[in-house]
Design a protein around this ligand. Structure first.
Ligand SMILES: Nc1ncnc2c1ncn2[C@@H]1O[C@H](COP(=O)(O)OP(=O)(O)O)[C@@H](O)[C@H]1O
Ligand SMILES: Nc1ccn([C@H]2C[C@H](O)[C@@H](COP(=O)(O)OP(=O)(O)O)O2)c(=O)n1
Length: 416
């Protein structure tokens, strides 16, 4: 059943709330009830601590407005609040119901200032934001609608009731057509909806319209090289181009390069739709070029889906959609390559290569750890994608050895 991601009158009690209190552990799940409930030890750690507690959730029928408001609030919370404030990602959802997630944040303010209230008060002007505050009484804690002056009149106390873990992590429930797109039409619609606020969308859609996909009936093999940044894709794809006399293509394609920075600064809904459309343009180029020579492609749908899933799913690798999830299936309308190779190197070697390129020198430990979690999730998502699945290549040896290993694979699988 599809439920829209909005709080409805009387519906709060059927919803589960999840707070990403510790990214290395399960989120804290709770529901609401009208009678007081004793908090568990874990819930005590969040609700029983000193400080003021608030949550805010973004809801709107307009998905572009919702995505942008969420991103703006995230930015405001991290740039305005003091060090005594903890901000956790939070969401409310109906278990296993796709698209039921209302995303938001949970704030624990241990400061003596009124900064968080002031900020909430400003955000309150927006119709799209729904705010709650949490009050404690002995071993109990309740949630009520937040107002800067006194409790909202018609607001009822709803007691925090510890809940068990959900079968599917909430961040996996809204991925389809918000983070990953399974047809060109779905990605196209997103950019159509934002032509007013992002004029560049029109130019991108025009480029998509201009591409005529040529079916690759009797064509040469198409080989995609995938992998995290600095795993050696550029080095290998250039070498393959030379050695196979192949055409080298990229996704996103060259014609989108000037738009990339603009879309990279947009929230995931818009950013991911942009990359999805890039694949369809590259597919049209592949269709044409593979009639003339073998085609090597530097990143394609595996990258689009793996990065989108890894960004959408908060916390641990275990939170990813399950192995058999349909979210890992290749879009039915996107040209399939003959072979997809995933380059992997161990984290130390990858870091060394990044450093040699002059990157990552200033990354702080905390950020490194978050990057580490992210990297693990991207690689795991890459490996779970099906039809076609990727073949893993150890890219730690020298460039020459990696090339030889890949040439052998191509000979075996594509008879080139
Ligand atoms: N097999 C390899 N062994 C050692 N260094 C490599 C190897 N392949 C690439 N490099 C170096 O690692 C860095 C990243 O490689 P690059 O091909 O640009 O990766 P990507 O395109 O995946 O970001 C470059 O400085 C490159 O010279
Ligand atoms: N086909 C593609 C290619 C890249 N992306 C996205 C995924 C990530 O957010 C970035 C990765 O790009 P990055 O700049 O690291 O790529 P390079 O290593 O420079 O090729 O782009 C995509 O979604 N689909």
């Amino acid at each position: 059943m599809l439920r829209r991601a909005m709080f409805r009158c009387g519906e709060l009690c059927s919803r589960v709330f999840a707070v990403e209190f510790d990214l290395r552990a399960e989120p804290l799940y709770f529901t609401l009830s009208s009678s007081p409930q004793v908090l568990h030890h874990d819930h005590q750690r969040l609700f029983g601590d000193c400080g003021k507690l608030f949550s805010l959730h973004v809801q709107s029928e307009n998905r572009i407005e919702k995505a942008q408001t969420h991103a703006q609030i995230k930015h405001k919370l991290s740039s305005t609040l003091s060090r005594d404030c903890d901000v956790f990602e939070a969401s409310s959802f109906i278990p296993d119901d796709e698209n039921s997630v209302v995303k938001g944040f949970f704030i624990r303010d241990k400061s003596t200032t009124t900064l968080s209230e002031d900020l909430l008060n400003t955000l309150r002007q927006s119709k799209t934001v729904c705010m709650f505050s949490y009050k404690r009484e002995g071993q109990y804690c309740w949630q009520e609608l937040w107002s800067p002056v006194s409790p909202v009149k018609e607001s009822v106390r709803q007691y925090i009731t510890p809940a068990t873990a959900a079968k599917h992590h909430p961040s996996t429930l809204n991925i389809r057509n918000s983070d990953v797109f399974y047809s060109m039409d779905e990605a196209y619609k997103v950019l159509q909806e934002c032509t007013d606020i992002i004029p560049e969308s029109k130019a991108v859609l025009k480029l998509v319209d201009e591409q005529l996909e040529i079916s690759s009936g009797d064509a040469y093999p198409v080989i995609v090289i995938e992998g995290l940044d600095a795993t050696g894709k550029t080095t290998l794809t250039e070498a393959l181009r030379e050695s196979l006399n192949a055409t080298l293509l990229k996704s996103p394609p060259q014609c989108l390069t000037s738009f990339r920075q603009r879309f990279d600064s947009e929230p995931p809904l818009i950013r991911r739709a942009f990359y999805a459309l890039g694949n369809y343009i590259t597919a049209a180029h592949i269709g044409k070029e593979s009639l003339r020579a073998p085609v090597i492609v530097d990143r394609y749908w595996h990258s689009t889906a793996a990065y989108a899933i890894a960004t959408a799913v908060s916390g641990r690798v275990e939170n990813l959609p399950r192995l058999d999830s349909e979210l890992y299936q290749w879009p039915g309308d996107l040209l399939q390559p003959n072979l997809v190779l995933l380059l992997t190197v161990n984290p130390e070697e990858r870091l060394r290569r990044l450093r040699d390129r002059g990157q990552d020198k200033t990354v702080e430990e905390a950020e490194l750890e978050l990057n580490q979690l992210f990297r693990l999730k991207v690689e795991e998502a890459y490996k779970r994608i099906q039809n076609p699945a990727c073949i893993i290549v150890d890219a730690s040896p020298s460039p020459q050895e990696v090339l030889q290993q890949v040439q052998r694979l191509i000979r075996n699988k594509c008879h080139l």
